[in-house]
Ligand binder design. Sequence first.
Ligand code: G4P
Length: 545
Amino acid sequence: MLDTMRGRISAHLKQLDREPMSYQQEVNKRRTFAIISHPDAGKTTITEKVLLFGNALQKAGTVKGKKSGQHAKSDWMEMEKERGISVTTSVMQFPYKQHLVNLLDTPGHEDFSEDTYRTLTAVDSCLMVIDAAKGVEARTIKLMEVTRLRDTPIITFMNKLDRDTRDPIDLLDEVEDILNIKCAPITWPIGMGKEFKGVYHLLRDETMLYKTGMGHTIQEERIIKGLNNPDLDAAIGSYAEELREMLELVKGASHEFDLEEFLNGELTPVYFGTALGNFGVDHMLDGLVEWAPKPQGRQTDLQAVSADDERFSGFVFKIQANMDPKHRDRIAFCRIVSGKYQKGMKMHQTRIGKDVRISDALTFLAGDRALLEEAYAGDIIGLHNHGSIQIGDTFTWGEKFRFAGIPNFAPELFKRIRLRDPLKQKQLLKGLVQLSEEGAVQLFRPLTNNDLVVGAVGVLQFDVVVARLKAEYNVDALYEHVNVTTARWIHCDDAKKLDEFKRKAEVNLALDGGDNLTYIAPTMVNLNLSQERYPDIKFLKTREH
Ligand code: G4P
């Protein structure tokens, strides 16, 4: 499958690339985005259709179908297959209409929010998918809060119009009220459920008619130009007149699309359709490649870096162990912020202050991987990690800056982890350190005993860790209660005061997976008392890498 897929993509790219492109043209044609949604809204289904349009799959049905026992190409792990959730972040690159699109898949389950947050730092825009029968749901609200931190531009897709949905005007009102973003409908639905007839494109003045039963292929849509075209009455009967009346209202009452407001994250273009019926997804993709920003620069601790800069820089937002059981390795996902990756190039890894030569970076296509010759700002490349790369690491052309804003969150749940077979202690530690580097869980090693304390943001993480330790490291581990309620990272500029604190509070101190000093508190009262007692010590709830 890899060869044919790659073959089709490279044929497409060759066609685009008759003339070699300049650096700027390469960057300009890229769009890097992620999908945010509440579980079950249709993210997986949309991903599958997007890949179909991107020529990366021949038939959408070949990818997913929990019922048929197949699983989405973006769901790699056994765990996901069993539970029907995405626990990994995957990256998919595909061409679409003169552009090159990078879609970053985000874990769907609430428990994996840390990973999701970090992934959202690596994109330039988001597609928000809403189940039109349900409206705005909890997880969408949470994810929108995260996109707000960087004012990421949002495109909206109202999904499942082939079912009985809420009134479209109510849906837009709800998005505006709850998510505090203006809505500019780009398409407007005609009917819903069994009576779903298609959508009218407000900017193109065209009606696209929906045909059922075409979900696995790219539909040859029938398009009727002009709202007053009698062909429209012939095609959809009384719905045509209703549509005309409705649009009078909608045009008067809704916001018009405004590119600047969209780019500032203040307004979202809204599309309607059905991912299952593969209708409307391409309308949305057209909007995405036209309006969503090309790769954007990022802030660092020393300077701003622009994507127009041809010198290489990037940051690691995700590490994943054993992505492919055949390869048994760890991959660091690096978002290129500026410049171009070329096979064999030298990069400066600022955290360790060393130059590294990289000749085996990978590119991804929904779980398949290939060696990469070159990549540009906006792309995600996979770096083989033999233990020297951590989440948040910055790679540059030689400068010493570090990209800002890739957080670790203090876990809220703790357990002691222990082996069933005590001979495998080394393997257990190796597995835990790797899983913590990857962000799957956090590990704390108390300074005064040999416990291994696992900390998680969500309860499901514990199960994932034990399952992965068994599958990938062949160790059987179990959990025990541990007397820890909360953790804070410790910071103090005054070395003397820090030493004194370390001596006095030793029983509550631990090192995390990256060897950072952490205070692990048995109770919140204990934490509060320590904070009062040591006013010069900072107890931090998040740690920026
Ligand atoms: P998620 O990744 O956001 O969790 O959602 P996913 O795509 O898995 O979709 C959740 C369910 O909604 C699936 O049904 C899927 O088939 C269905 N779905 C997605 N888009 C549409 C749509 O446009 N119309 C309708 N009617 N259904 C849609 P399921 O029964 O849970 O799974 P499956 O067994 O069909 O795979």
